[in-house]
Design a protein around this ligand. Structure first.
Ligand code: KG4
Ligand code: ZN
Length: 337
């Protein structure tokens, strides 16, 4: 079985081909970062229009990379939500229409399930059950994963997602868009002892997060600082340390609470090297294993959508001819595979 996957939920067009035996055989990504940079954030209408321009050429390119023809494809998966409605509709319409034209089954995939399964694309994939820390630009959550489609949300962000907090803090420090990677880079030059930020919601039981207060804390700290390059780096460092520590405390709690010994980390913030190192060290102490996708599959990509699509199509799950997309969609509503 050869599955074509299409991701278009936000500002990246991702296309990939996954084969049931060979695994991932080709993937292409087009990032709209430059398009949105001058506005300081994603402009939904521009995102949709750009997905229209890029999706078909990327599909052609991915097929060419793999030396495959349209007739080799046996199923198509696409991101059906959650995400920006217009952007989702572009990928879904193109993918669903191609599946109809090529007479192969199609299935809509939950974007966060894609992220959650991305570590399965690596050489030593985790076995079920495990805890998943999903930290992207739109969502932050801890999920107990018993199998494909068997997801129990243990905690989630009550306000800003972790990536959103990185982006907003980066913006107020004038680091441009998208801010997460820029802030992480600057943090390496910061002095860890210069400032101390709170670790929100760690002083009470539970696995929910709240990150919006950290950006206000960063703003106040910046305004009361010398406002020079060193202060900027010190604040970036203190902010990153606070987010990483908070996430690590909650991961530890989730592992202890469920008695599970496997943790996977996915979503854009999962590319953060400081977070990866901290969770690796913590898991070692807990006798637990931590798994990550390679950094390029932490952020949005077509490979994770093709992979999730393959698992569901192999299990016989198929969507009808309607093109359905959802801006909001809980992981807990998914069908079990
Ligand atoms: O998963 P993703 O590509 O898109 C969503 O589904 O939202 O995540 C993007 C988010 C952005 O907020 C971005 O700033 C953040 O992930 N991000 C990072 C890093 N790389 C990406 N945050 C911190 N450190 C990084 N290295
Ligand atoms: Zn994502």
């Amino acid at each position: 079985m050869l599955v074509l996957g299409v991701e278009s939920s936000c500002d990246e067009t991702g296309v990939a081909l996954v084969d049931a035996h060979q695994g991932l055989i080709a993937h292409e990504l087009y990032s709209q970062v430059e398009l949105h940079a001058e506005y300081g954030g994603v402009v939904p209408e521009l995102a949709s229009r750009d997905h229209i321009r890029k999706t078909l050429p990327l599909i052609r390119q991915t097929l060419a990379d793999a030396g495959k023809q349209a007739t080799d494809i046996s199923g198509i998966s696409y991101t059906a939500g959650p995400g920006l409605m217009g952007a989702l509709l572009v990928g879904a319409s193109i993918a669903r229409s191609l599946a109809w034209a090529w007479q192969v089954p199609a299935i809509g995939i939950h974007h966060m399930e894609g992220h959650l399964l991305a570590p399965m694309l690596e050489d030593s994939p985790p076995e079920f059950p495990f805890i998943a820390l999903l930290v992207s630009g739109g969502h932050s959550m801890l999920v107990q994963v018993s199998g494909v489609g068997q997801y129990q949300i243990l905690g989630e962000s009550l306000d800003d997602a972790a990536g959103e907090a990185f982006d907003k803090t980066a913006k107020l420090l004038d680091l441009g868009y998208p801010g997460g990677p820029a802030l992480a880079k600057l943090a390496t030059q910061g002095n860890a002892d210069a400032y101390h930020f709170p670790r929100p919601m760690t002083d009470r039981p539970g696995l929910d997060f709240s990150f919006s207060g950290l950006k206000t804390f960063a703003l106040n700290t910046w305004q009361n600082s010398p406002q020079n390059e060193q202060a900027r780096a010190d604040i970036a460092r203190a902010f990153q340390d606070a987010v990483v520590d908070t996430l690590a405390i909650k991961c530890r709690r989730a592992l202890q609470q469920t008695n599970l010994r496997r943790l996977i980390v996915a979503g854009g913030v999962g590319a953060n090297l400081h977070l990866r190192q901290k969770l690796k060290d913590d898991c070692k102490k807990l006798n637990a294993e931590v798994y990550y996708p390679r950094p390029e599959f932490c952020t949005d990509n077509g490979a994770m959508i093709a992979y999730a699509g393959m698992l569901r199509l192999q299990a016989g799950q198929v969507d009808d001819l309607a093109i359905r997309t959802r801006a909001r969609w809980s992981l807990e509503e998914l069908e079990v595979v």
